[in-house]
Design a protein around this ligand. Structure first.
Ligand code: XMP
Length: 507
């Protein structure tokens, strides 16, 4: 398959760059600078940015033959400086470092900047500067400080830019990438995630051959999509294990079973472990202790189930790009895996090879892949749900009765949000059962029941959050429905705290 090869020198934006190129309809592949490089089917090469200086003793490098390959090359930041150095130009620290928004001016007509304004803002971050061009290169853009912002060798189709076209702060960033990918590299621009799905299925089939794999399916977006993709590749050689710890939302366990086992026919084992988890949570009130216990127990149940059949070679995980934390220090390969439940490290416990088919995708792409695979929207567009589940939404000790109460309340809240079109508008919404007892009147009777809190937030990836401004009428409906339908609840409050200083979950 035709592709754009991105050689990564440790920039924090490399995967974003790959995503932008995929959005242009061009398949792109990221490799580390010291990986074995194959130029088969490569229509263009992008050298990414990176934290190093080209004159560092151990500065990352590339084999020279890449430069003589006749394939168009675009160097970004470090990539540009590396091109300059390797081709005989000069890179220096001249005391002008630029970070953030900088205005640049186009000084020479070039294909790379076709159809964009003569002056525009870009996102820069550099200490080093190209001060002398290699032979046969010319400057195509400069900053107000007179610094070389972009150069080209038109004949050999080699370009360098001292800024990041992939970030939104760069005006015309997409146009620049499009000019390179479509006009200069002549990519067709008709690649879609459907091609990704087909390729991944082939790849998994090749890796797994006739061997067996297991996955811990939680019913969340990532593990569901990873499971379906792998299922399409190896069918019943994939065994999915769904640990029902009893801390899920109302009917969730049944829904996961009916979707994956009954409807799609996946080889799924549902382990009903509610009693086991409740037993271990008995008397526990500290949130971190709850998390630890649930995490440990989860791994234990999963391991027990996996050991029933010793023949597994692979563990499939729904790790997505935001779970992969590149090590800033080495700039490569050292990454931590967030286990799919965020509550324990499955791979350490079980000696299996990993298959992570979604590693390079962003959340919206994972959802699109799920849609291509035919997964229901209810699964793909579900709010995030924490691994420890309702246990951290019941303040204090978790009991069977309290779980049942909270499931009912949460279900009323979520259904009302769906009904009013607000489910999609908020990032996450749920109810919290507090241990506070409060007086109410039900019928003519005094009723001493629980206080529940409703929480809904707007957020990007959960790092920060604003409380959602759900209209009063909707909150009113939810409150009435809860107190009418759940006798044990006598009071409903709405949480109006943002993160920070509060967290999204109450525990
Ligand atoms: P907080 O409460 O930290 O939540 O503001 C941010 C996001 O993370 C989720 N969350 C968890 N997810 N295990 C998880 O898998 C956990 O222990 C956990 N604690 C919080 C939370 O639901 C929100 O989406």
């Amino acid at each position: 398959m035709e592709k754009i090869l991105i050689i990564d020198f440790g920039s924090q934006y490399t995967q974003l760059l790959a995503k932008r190129i995929r959005e242009l309809g061009a398949y792109s592949e990221v490799i580390q600078y010291d990986d074995k490089i194959s130029l088969k089917d490569v229509k263009g090469i992008i050298l990414s940015g990176g934290p190093d200086s080209v004159y560092d003793e151990l500065a990352p490098d590339i084999p020279k033959e890449i430069l003589n390959s006749n394939i168009p090359i675009l160097g970004i930041c470090y990539g540009m400086q590396l091109l300059a150095k390797l081709l005989g130009g000069k890179v220096e620290q001249i005391g002008i470092a630029e970070y953030g928004k900088t205005k640049i001016r186009i000084v020479e007509k070039t294909k790379l900047f076709e159809n964009i304004d003569k002056e525009f803002n870009v996102w820069m971050s550099h200490k080093d500067t190209v001060t002398n061009l290699p032979e046969s290169f010319k400057i195509i853009s400069k900053t107000d400080n007179g610094i070389i912002a972009a150069f080209e060798n038109q004949k050999n189709k080699i370009y360098g830019i001292q800024f990041h076209p992939e970030v939104r702060h760069t005006d015309f960033g997409n146009n620049i990438l499009k000019n390179f990918v479509i006009k200069i590299c002549k990519m067709q621009g008709n690649w879609t995630l459907i091609d990704f799905v087909e390729e991944k299925i082939k790849e998994i089939r090749n890796i797994a051959k006739n061997k067996k794999a297991i996955i811990a399916l939680s019913g969340g977006v990532d593990s569901s999509v990873a499971a379906m993709l792998t299922y399409k590749a190896i069918g019943h050689n994939l065994k999915a294990i769904f640990v029902n710890h009893g801390l899920l939302r109302l009917n969730e366990a049944e829904e996961v079973k009916s979707t994956f086992k009954d409807y799609y026919g996946i080889n799924l084992t549902v382990v009903n472990a509610e009693d086991r988890f409740l037993k271990r949570l008995k008397g526990i009130t500290d949130p971190e202790e709850k998390r630890k216990i649930i995490g440990e127990e989860f791994i234990r149940v999963f391991e027990e189930e996996a050991k029933k059949d010793e023949n597994y070679d692979f563990l499939v995980q729904g790790t997505i790009y935001s779970d992969v934390i590149e090590s800033a220090k080495s700039g490569k390969k050292t990454y931590k895996i967030k286990s799919h439940h965020n509550v324990g490290g499955l791979p350490d416990q079980i000696n299996l090879k990993l298959i992570e088919p979604l590693r390079e995708l962003f959340k919206d792409e994972v959802r699109s892949v799920g849609e291509i695979l035919g997964l229901p929207k209810e699964i793909l567009y579900r709010h995030p749900f924490p691994g420890p589940g309702l246990a951290i939404r019941i303040i204090g000790e978790v009991t069977k009765e309290k779980l049942q109460l909270l499931k009912k309340v949460d279900d009323i809240f979520i259904k009302t949000l769906r009904e009013t079109g607000w489910y999609e508008k908020v990032w996450q919404a749920f109810a919290v059962l507090t241990p506070i007892k409060t007086v109410g009147v039900t019928g003519d009777k005094r009723n001493y029941g629980y206080l529940v809190a409703l929480r809904a937030v707007d957020s990007i990836e959960g790092m920060t959050a604003d409380w959602s401004k759900i209209p009063y009428e909707i909150l009113d409906t939810v409150s009435r429905r809860i107190t009418n339908q759940v006798e044990e609840i006598t009071r409903v409050v709405y949480d109006i705290s943002s993160k920070p200083p509060s967290t999204i979950e109450w525990e």
